[in-house]
Design a protein around this ligand. Structure first.
Ligand SMILES: C[S@@+](CC[C@H](N)C(=O)[O-])C[C@H]1O[C@@H](n2cnc3c(N)ncnc32)[C@H](O)[C@@H]1O
Length: 224
């Protein structure tokens, strides 16, 4: 399951990559780590209405519709945060959640447990350098996070590497052309055209998911 030469330790349910001397690899804290106890509240009451001009329940509905037929698959989520996937992913899947924030992943662990996922594991890792072997996952999710990554090309290459042929990448991300509210959205906003091109250049076939929810774009890309 892990790339050759990668070692991990499990601390209170989360896997950490270890380097020489068994020291867990840590990442630069993201705002969400310090405020992880408030994260879900901030997303629902502030980010969705005030930054995206959208609705969190509509967001879950769109993703649940897209994932309703997904059962017993090996699902990887990049930047899983506090585990919002329990709101749209059927709980019989074999789920691997990753994020740089241990604070948020601890919340995710609880949420997945409460949602009765029998096979869920969580790794503290960056999306741009995944510890996993090639050809492992049937589905990759990246929800509301692509704008936080500096190098999307690298992320898309990693997605291609860790997925099986014909696997699906399902993504939701704010895009500049759908943004109607003045308030600034953090990170780098890529347009739908740029995302479609990056998919194509990474060996994926891009397909828009026709759904409206403020600044958010939903798409599915299939590995060629
Ligand atoms: C807005 S949150 C979205 C979380 C979750 N997917 C959701 O829908 O609620 C963005 C997430 O990206 C994570 N993140 C930022 N940079 C990352 C990176 N390079 N690799 C992995 N996760 C990262 C943050 O820790 C945070 O959990």
């Amino acid at each position: 399951m892990l790339r050759k030469g990668i070692n991990v330790i499990n601390k209170r349910g989360l896997y950490y990559i270890v380097e020489d001397g068994n020291k867990p690899l840590r990442f630069k804290p993201w705002l969400g780590d310090t405020f992880s106890f408030l994260y879900d509240f901030i997303m629902e009451k502030s980010i969705f209405p005030r930054k995206f001009g959208g609705d969190i329940n509509r967001h879950y509905e769109i993703l649940a519709e897209e994932l309703k037929g997904v059962h017993e698959k090996r699902v990887l989520e990049l930047a899983a945060g506090s585990g919002s996937a329990v709101n749209f992913l059927p709980n019989d899947n074999h789920y691997t959640g990753t994020d740089i924030s241990p604070g948020l992943l601890k919340k995710a662990l609880k949420n997945f447990d409460n949602a009765d996922f029998k096979k869920a594991q969580f790794y503290v890792t960056s999306a741009s350098d995944l510890p996993f072997d090639d050809n492992l996952f049937d589905i990759v999710l990246c929800i509301l996070s692509l704008n936080f990554f500096d190098d999307v090309n690298k992320i898309f290459q990693e997605i291609k590497r860790v997925t099986t042929p014909a696997a699906a990448f399902i993504c939701s991300v704010p895009v500049p052309e759908r943004k109607k509210i003045q308030s600034k959205i953090r990170g780098i906003l890529y347009s739908e055209e740029e995302l479609e091109r990056t998919c194509r250049e990474s060996g994926m076939t891009y397909k828009n998911i026709p759904a409206e929810n403020g600044a958010l774009l939903y798409f599915r890309a299939i590995m060629q």
